[in-house]
Design a protein around this ligand. Structure first.
Ligand code: GRF
Length: 179
């Protein structure tokens, strides 16, 4: 059973839902996440855990872990979740927290991987699904798919092609992980 963490648009969440993966709960750090509406439309439990409602990030993350477990999640998939997870959260789901990132890690970690790949004049970039550890996009890699960078690519055009690859790769990897 998968719990999904989101902060934004939620097209990767949508890909998991469209593929009929067993998503049981969707949590966000922000009410603004359009992903929440996607979950609600699919009748999946949602909750928002804003950092400012808690004394510390660890307290917030532990409340989120409790909520995910109560809803039956035993695998946690970050899908555009824009915050680091506290070690205490990771300890609750050991080896069972994964993330998708739009670069061929370890190249271009961080918050602007698409712009960074274009600025570096790389011939290709891609997408990576990896286990989450305490670092930034640093955990063991599970699967990758390359995407070529073509002449004239902007962050928008490249991002659109990366999303297509993400929506293919993430459901496949998560299906393997939960089976
Ligand atoms: C994706 O590119 C994902 O790799 C990154 O954030 C983006 C989220 O997109 N971590 P969406 O919210 O799933 O549309």
């Amino acid at each position: 059973m998968i719990g999904v963490l989101v902060s934004g648009e939620g097209t990767n969440l949508q890909a998991l839902l469209d593929d009929r993966l067993p998503v049981v709960a969707v949590a966000s750090n922000t009410r603004e996440a359009r992903a929440l509406a996607r979950a609600e439309a699919a009748n999946i439990a949602t909750a928002v855990f804003p950092l400012e409602d808690f004394r510390t990030r660890e307290e917030r993350d532990l409340a989120m872990a409790d909520w995910l477990e109560r809803h039956g999640a035993n695998v946690v998939a970050c899908a555009g979740y824009m915050q680091l997870l506290a070690p205490a959260f990771l300890a609750r789901f050991p080896g069972r927290v994964v993330n998708i990132h739009p670069s061929l890690l370890p190249a271009f970690p961080g918050t602007s991987p698409i712009e960074d790949a274009i600025a570096a004049k790389a011939a290709e970039t891609g997408v990576t699904v990896h286990y989450v550890d305490e670092g930034i996009d640093s955990g063991p890699i599970i699967a990758q798919e390359p995407v070529a960078i073509v002449t004239g690519d902007t962050a928008e055009t490249l991002s659109a092609r990366l999303h297509v690859a993400e929506h293919r790769l993430y459901p496949r990897v998560l299906r393997d992980l939960v089976s």
